[in-house]
Design a protein. Structure first.
Length: 389
C-alpha cells in the first residue's frame, strides 16, 4: 500500500510511523521547510494526569506506552518517564487533590498524594513553600523542538527506501486530481491523489490530511463547517536552571483547566478561591518542564476569541514566572525565548480528535487540542486500524 501524509507535525509524523511500521510506502508532504506549528511550540509533555476518563484517558495511556516504545528505538526523542508534581498550598487545593486520588482510575494514572518532604525527595529543586503535592507517575516528556527531526531520520533508516519527506510544498487539491496549471507530473499509483503547488500529482491508496491548526484554504473547501476551533497560547523558555528539575510541575490552577479534576471539591475551589486576576483573564495555569539542555519551558495562557492578537503580552509572563519562582524558591534563570503558538481543538472538547473521510481515499485528522503531543501515537494507531492498514 502507498500512503500520503500531508503535514509534518507530530500527528502527521506518527501517521507516517504507523504506515511504515505496517510495511507500507509513505510520502509525507509539509508546506514549510520544517514543521513550525504546535508540534514544536509545546511543553513536550506526555500528559496523562489531567485527562478525562474513558476514551481520552485510554488514548493517553496507550500513547504513553507507544511513546516509551518508540523512545527506546529513537533515543533522540529524549523520552523520559519523569512524572509530574502539582504542589498545593491551601485546604481547598488539597481537597481537589484528594478527590482526584479517589477516582476509580487513579491507579492507572499513577496518582499519589505526597507530603512536601516526600515531593522534595522526588524533585529537590522545589524549595518553595507548599503543603503537599499530587504525584502522577505516568506523565512523561520528550523534546518537542527536535522530535520530528529524529522520527523522520529513524523512518528513513527503518523504511529502506519506503519513506520520502517532501518539504516546502503546499497541497492545493485532493481526490480526483487530473492536472495542474504547470502541467502536473504524476508520481506513484493508486486511486487517491493530491496535487501540490509545484505542479506535482502524488497518487496513493490512502491520503491522511494532518494539517494541525491550518484550517483555511483547502481544509475549509473540503469541510466548510468543520467542528474545530483554533486556540492561541503564550509560553517561554529559560537559560539552563543549573540543577535538575526531575519532574514536570503544574500549579493548582491546572485543576481548573483539566477535566480529570472535576469534582465537588473543584466546585468549591472555583467558588471560594479566586484565581489571580491576570490568571483568570488569560485562562492561565503553570506548567513547567526541563529540556535536555537544562532550560525550563514555562507557560501558559489560552485565548479562544478570533481574531487573535499578533503580539505577546508581558503581564502573563510575569505572573507565570512568579508562580514558578515561588515553587522553586529562587529566581528563574534569564528568559531566552518567548513565543505564541496556535493549536486546533474540537469544539466538542470531550472528543479526542476529529477524524473524517473528506473524499475517496482521503481522511482529515485534526483537532486534538492540547492533547496532540500526548496522544498522537495512539491517534495515528487508531487511524491505521480503522483504515485497515
Amino acid at each position: 500500500m502507498r500512503v500520503i501524509v500531508v503535514g509534518g507535525g507530530v500527528v502527521g509524523t506518527m501517521h507516517a510511523w504507523q504506515a511504515v511500521e505496517r510495511g507500507h510506502e509513505v510520502v509525507q508532504i509539509e508546506r514549510e521547510a520544517e514543521a513550525r506549528g504546535a508540534s514544536l511550540r509545546n511543553f513536550g509533555q506526555i500528559w496523562v494526569s489531567g485527562r478525562a476518563g474513558g476514551e481520552e484517558l485510554d488514548t493517553a495511556l496507550r500513547a504513553r506506552e507507544l511513546w516509551e516504545r518508540i523512545g527506546a528505538e529513537v533515543p533522540g526523542l529524549g523520552f523520559r518517564a519523569n512524572g509530574s508534581l502539582t504542589p498545593v498550598r491551601t485546604p481547598r487545593e488539597l481537597a481537589v487533590a484528594e478527590a482526584a486520588l479517589a477516582r476509580q482510575d487513579a491507579a492507572a494514572r499513577g496518582y499519589k498524594l505526597l507530603t512536601a518532604a516526600e515531593a522534595r525527595e522526588i524533585n529537590p529543586a522545589l524549595r518553595g513553600a507548599f503543603e503537599a503535592a499530587l504525584w502522577c507517575e505516568r506523565d512523561a516528556a520528550v523534546e518537542p523542538r527536535t522530535a520530528q527531526l529524529h522520527l523522520r531520520e529513524a523512518l528513513r533508516t527503518r523504511a529502506a527506501g519506503r519513506y520520502t519527506f517532501l518539504a516546502g510544498r503546499e497541497v492545493r487539491e485532493v481526490g480526483e486530481v487530473t492536472g495542474g496549471p504547470h502541467g502536473a507530473r504524476a508520481h506513484g499509483g493508486g486511486p487517491a491523489a493530491v496535487r501540490d503547488d509545484h505542479g506535482d500529482v502524488h497518487r496513493a491508496d490512502a491520503v491522511v490530511l494532518a494539517t494541525g491548526a491550518w484550517l483555511s484554504g483547502l481544509v475549509r473547501e473540503l469541510v466548510p463547517d468543520l467542528p474545530v476551533r483554533r486556540v492561541r497560547l503564550q509560553m517561554m523558555q529559560t537559560d539552563p536552571l543549573g540543577e535538575p528539575l526531575t519532574t514536570s510541575v503544574a500549579d493548582a490552577d491546572s485543576f481548573r483547566y483539566y477535566p480529570a479534576y472535576k469534582s465537588p471539591a473543584l466546585d468549591t475551589l472555583n467558588a471560594e478561591q479566586e484565581q489571580a486576576p491576570i490568571a483568570a483573564e488569560h485562562k492561565m495555569q503553570l506548567l513547567m518542564v526541563q529540556r535536555r539542555d537544562g532550560g525550563l519551558t514555562i507557560g501558559d495562557t489560552h485565548e479562544y476569541e478570533h481574531p487573535f492578537a499578533f503580539d505577546t503580552l508581558e503581564d502573563p509572563y510575569e505572573h507565570v514566572a512568579a508562580v514558578a519562582e515561588s515553587f522553586l524558591g529562587r529566581p528563574l534563570p534569564k528568559i531566552r525565548h518567548r513565543w505564541a503558538g496556535v493549536y486546533a481543538q474540537c469544539t466538542d472538547t470531550t472528543r479526542v480528535v476529529h477524524r473524517q473521510q473528506v473524499a475517496d481515499g482521503v481522511w482529515l485528522v485534526t483537532g486534538p487540542g492540547g492533547r496532540g503531543m500526548t496522544c498522537s501515537p495512539a491517534i495515528a494507531e487508531t487511524t491505521a486500524n480503522e483504515l485497515g492498514w
